[in-house]
Design a binder for this molecule. Structure first.
Ligand SMILES: Nc1ncnc2c1ncn2[C@@H]1O[C@H](COP(=O)(O)OP(=O)(O)OP(=O)(O)O)[C@@H](O)[C@H]1O
Ligand SMILES: [Mg+2]
Length: 389
């Protein structure tokens, strides 16, 4: 409690209020809540409690709890958070096990015995294979951003871990987007999970004011500069610092690694210089602002290429405005469909340009209906509709 207090939290967020008692009761959990809603503490606090209830870790023992996350940066952030929540527990030890860092340091840390390991799946398996740690004592597993881990091809590693766990363990799975692939994994590895869903699944958070601006490719940089100058002049003389801004680009290197889970405090504005390819990435990107109940702003530049996604964003904005947010289908199947529909849309646009009869009107609503979980296409929205129990 003292450590929660030290963190400056006074009241739990909705996902915390609902997920923590479930996690503390020992049940498996499928937790879904919008970006920035405090999912990390929702699993970190019960995880620490769980560890404290176990016989202490001895030298040579494997950890009691394991958190798997898709990227090094996210794992590092989670481990920091776990450290904060266990700061007053003198003998409580955590280890971070990720690629791109010194493996021998990790090895000695693991061999000495730790309570919690926060890891990316690949590096954790490396250590298991080298015999640096074991999973025999793990009785609490968290899969954070589980859908992203599947996307990144970590499914074999996750399965390897899950298959070898001791009989008596508890598994928690968290994300702001829940595609149907996750349902399969959950069915296989979670035992009668309690599903905690807060708000509408897989939709942009309502805490972000979203702006869309059509900007030709060649003018994007100028427009970005203009936007930043405008921001600077707005704060000039007010004594406020320049609002912290993240700019996402989609050039040779995709920047979406930064879009998942990272909690940079005080981000006021997310700019998509280029839009991502899917609604799912958009939801996570703009979710870097408007966190922990604060309000944020996003500006997305778009070109004709993005018309399909733009139609969906507009729909999300208007539905959120009417208090009737839609749940978007996410995951591999949804992304493939998005790509196909975007290509079809492009083709229709080219065809209508060359048509003597003038542009054909495309009914976006019907054409893109499969995107919405509330539509009659149950298969695509299965992951989302499955939440409505
Ligand atoms: N009960 C609380 N009171 C105040 N602030 C909180 C509370 N719980 C979490 N926070 C803060 O909210 C921010 C977002 O938390 P967190 O990163 O856990 O969100 P998330 O739901 O995991 O988001 P994402 O889907 O983007 O990963 C953090 O800065 C965290 O410190
Ligand atoms: Mg998170």
């Amino acid at each position: 409690m003292k450590d929660i207090d030290n963190h400056g939290y006074t009241t739990p967020t909705s996902i915390q209020a609902q997920a923590m008692p479930v996690a503390l009761s020992g049940r498996d959990l499928l937790g879904c809540a919008e970006t920035g809603s405090g999912k990390t503490a929702a699993f970190a606090v019960p995880m620490i409690q769980h560890c404290l209830a176990q016989p202490p870790v001895q030298r040579g023992d494997g950890p009691l709890a394991l958190v798997l996350a898709p990227t090094r940066e996210l794992a590092q952030q989670i481990e920091k958070e776990v450290k904060v929540f266990s700061a007053s527990l003198e003998s409580f030890r955590t280890a971070i096990v990720v690629g791109g860092t010194n493996i021998s340091e990790q090895r000695s840390e693991l061999r000495a015995g730790v309570d919690v390991v926060v890891a990316t799946p690949g590096r954790f398996i490396d250590h298991l294979q080298q015999g640096n740690t074991s999973i025999t004592r793990i009785s609490f597993v968290v899969l954070d951003e589980a859908d992203r881990m599947l996307d990144m091809g970590f499914e074999p590693q996750i399965r390897e871990v899950m298959r070898n766990l001791s009989e008596k363990h508890q598994t928690l799975l968290f994300s702001a987007t829940m595609p149907e692939e996750i349902e399969e994994l959950a069915q296989e590895y979670l035992t009668k999970p309690v599903q905690v869903k807060v708000g509408k699944v897989s939709s942009p958070t309502a805490n972000v004011t979203q702006t869309l601006e059509k900007v030709p490719e060649s003018e994007k940089t100028d427009q970005l500069l203009a936007l930043l100058v405008e921001e600077a002049s707005r704060v000039e003389g007010t004594g406020h610092p320049f609002p912290l801004t993240i700019v996402f680009v989609e050039r040779k290197v995709a920047t979406d690694v930064a879009s998942r889970g990272l909690d940079v405090s005080g981000v006021a504005h997310v700019i998509n210089l280029d839009l991502p390819k899917s609604m799912e990435d958009y939801v996570h990107r703009i979710g870097r602002t408007g966190r922990a109940g604060s309000m944020g702003q996003s500006t997305s530049f778009y070109t004709d290429r993005d018309m399909f996604l733009v139609a969906n964003i507009k729909k999300a904005i208007s539905d959120a405005g009417s208090g009737n947010a839609v749940a978007f289908a996410t995951g591999k199947t949804a992304r493939r469909k998005e790509k196909e529909a975007a290509a079809a849309e492009k083709q229709a646009r080219v065809a209508s340009k060359s048509s003597i009869a003038g542009p054909t009107s495309v009914n976006i609503e019907d054409k893109y209906r499969f995107m919405f979980a509330d539509s009659n296409n149950k298969k695509e929205g299965a992951a989302d509709s499955a939440w409505d129990d």
